[in-house]
Design a protein around this ligand. Structure first.
Ligand code: NAP
Length: 546
């Protein structure tokens, strides 16, 4: 009864270190870890102890006997990662554990190492975690929204609740000694880069890639066009997108691009709203989806099936829950690709694509159609989008056109910026001594939540090295909290976030949902203000930590 890694694997590698027989690969020290679509358990070596289950922050691992029917393909997927062995040959037990990368040792001085982290998504939280493994370190985190955790809250699709479990890990990090959070504080508006530099040894930007890549074709300014990431933010109740005008009174939606974000959007648009009602989807989105007339979402890729950008675990998950179909010419293309040399992951994707239902069959429930060789040349329509014209493939009628062609980082005041790659140029996270980056603003918009762990560790290593060699000047000792409060009286702290979190969960409990999200900044601030005042003891401890 070996254990199996399933779809929501976040690739942060925690399970690798928990495993007593080193049977989960690729491990963070192995080639291929950074680009792996997920991690895999060797079924022959697994001793079934379950240590990986407790270590996984997103509940992605289960014994093979406890998988849901949709998860069964992951048994083979895990096993297929390991070379075939003669039948009956057991893997010899090993005591050689995956080498844990040691946290960089901070050489403490009289004053603690003070680090400001800008952003509160996965890269920011993993960086804080890594820094706070050491004594004598203080982390002040700044986030422009009154709620933390970035794309985990606003980007992960609501039907992927398992992935959102990583917030329990982030909540634990936020409780660590030496950590303070300044929410509803925008760096560049309320405090400047220079303010942060003056009060910290180092400033680490983990601000992600907040903009969408834009598709530059005629018609993209028509009503009825949007980006998939805007739609995901609307679905997830991000306050900046709560009033996005989403009109689903159309039978067909076209999504341009076929990465995992495209799959997320197509899945939500074709899933039974009663199922979505059991998630933390924003109420405004659920109401619109209940009235939706969408019958087909076409995911249009400019290249062929073998070049599909979505990952295999997401394809397996999608085809297990939603109806996905393929047209005759695309099916032929899949067969041509299958006849050519392919790496095992691509071959596995193609095999699933080859078994999809035929798009010629009548539509019986909302479905998804993959289409290939679709290079968009313009959005057609007079006063609003009516379809997309694809070079070589003609016009596909659609009342909503979404682009899902990736994210872009945006420049940060006072820091260099590489326009082409849309990242801050850096050497392993170091921009200059005292200034660092982690996550998508460092390496571009690729990878999964857990990819940010090793990314943040690498950055922290550079930061600590600079500190230890005396390259970071000691900051002034003025109180950061006083400065923030003078610039933004409506700052929200960890206690304020806990009040929002508790209120959302309580509202969810009443309706059998994980939470009901508060979706306006004003409402968030009202709820946060209900947080209990810190006790005298807590106030003294807070002062002592400075
Ligand atoms: P992505 O994986 O980079 O996919 C971008 C898509 O846009 C590709 O199909 C690409 O096609 C297409 N594209 C780019 N420029 C185009 C153009 N000018 N015209 C037409 N098509 C164009 O991006 P993403 O879906 O935004 O995902 C970003 C990252 O987040 C990925 O690493 C993804 O795995 C991750 N993510 C993961 C999950 C999950 O694990 N559940 C969910 C969401 C996102 P070409 O290949 O031809 O360039």
């Amino acid at each position: 009864m070996p254990h199996v890694v399933t779809q929501s694997c976040c690739s942060d590698g925690s399970c690798v270190y928990a495993c007593p027989v080193n049977c989960i690969h690729p491990s963070p020290d192995e080639p291929g870890f950074a680009t792996a679509e997920m991690l895999y358990i060797d079924p022959d070596a697994c001793v079934d102890c379950g240590a990986c289950v407790s270590a996984c922050p997103v509940g992605a691992i289960a014994p093979d006997s406890k998988l849901t029917p949709e998860q069964l393909p992951f048994i083979e997927l895990n096993a297929a990662f390991y070379p075939p062995r003669p039948p009956g040959q057991k893997v010899p037990p090993t005591s050689k554990l995956a080498p844990v990368l040691p946290a960089p040792e901070v050489r403490t001085r009289r004053q603690p190492l003070m680090v400001a982290i800008v952003g509160s998504g996965p890269a920011a939280m993993y960086a804080a975690d890594e820094l706070l493994t050491q004594p004598g370190v203080r982390v002040n985190m700044f986030e422009k929204l009154p709620t933390p955790y970035g794309l985990v809250r606003a980007g992960v699709a609501p039907d992927h609740q398992s992935t959102k479990q990583v917030t329990a890990l982030f909540d634990r990090i936020a409780r660590k000694r030496g950590f303070a959070m300044y929410l509803n504080v925008e760096v560049g508006t309320h405090v400047t880069h220079a303010d942060l530099m003056a009060r910290h040894h180092a400033v680490l930007y983990a601000v992600g890639a907040p903009n969408d890549r834009r598709l530059d074709i005629p018609g993209m300014d028509l009503p009825g066009t949007a980006t998939a990431t805007e739609l995901v933010a609307w679905i997830n109740g991000h306050p900046d997108f709560a009033s996005l005008p989403v009109d689903l009174s159309t039978e067909r939606v076209v999504v341009i691009g076929n990465g995992n974000v495209a799959l997320d959007v197509a899945r939500i648009l074709t899933t039974d709203p009663d199922e979505l009602a059991r998630t933390d989807i924003a109420d405004h989105a659920l109401a619109v989806l209940r009235d939706s007339m969408v019958q087909e979402v076409v995911i249009a890729a400019r290249r062929g099936p073998a070049a599909s950008a979505f990952t295999l675990p997401e394809l397996i998950g999608l085809t297990a829950t939603n109806q996905v179909v393929l047209g005759a010419s695309d099916r032929e293309w899949v067969q041509r690709d299958l006849a050519a040399d392919q790496d095992p992951l691509t071959r596995a994707k193609l095999e699933i694509l080859g078994k999809l239902d035929d798009s010629a069959a009548p539509i019986t429930r909302p479905r998804i159609r993959f289409a290939y060789g679709c290079t968009p040349s313009r959005v057609v329509g007079e006063n609003r989008a009516a379809g997309v014209e694809f070079a070589d493939r003609g016009v596909t009628q659609a009342g909503l056109v979404l682009t899902s062609i990736g994210y872009r980082g945006k420049p940060i005041d006072g820091l260099p910026f590489d326009e082409a790659a849309s990242v801050v140029p850096n050497e392993q996270g170091r921009v200059a001594p005292g200034v660092y980056v982690a996550g998508w603003i460092k390496r571009g918009p690729t990878g999964f939540i857990g990819t940010n762990k090793s990314c943040a560790m690498q950055t922290v290593e550079q930061l600590v090295e600079d500190y230890n060699r005396g390259a970071l000047s000691d900051p002034d000792t003025k109180d950061v909290a006083d400065l923030v409060r003078s610039r933004q009286p409506r700052v929200v702290d960890v206690a304020g976030w806990r009040a929002i979190d508790a209120a959302e969960r309580a509202a969810g409990q009443q309706s059998g949902r994980p939470r009901v999200k508060v979706t306006t900044v004003e409402d968030m601030l009202t709820v946060a203000a209900r947080a209990p005042e810190p006790s005298v003891r807590q106030r003294i401890l807070q002062k002592l930590r400075l």
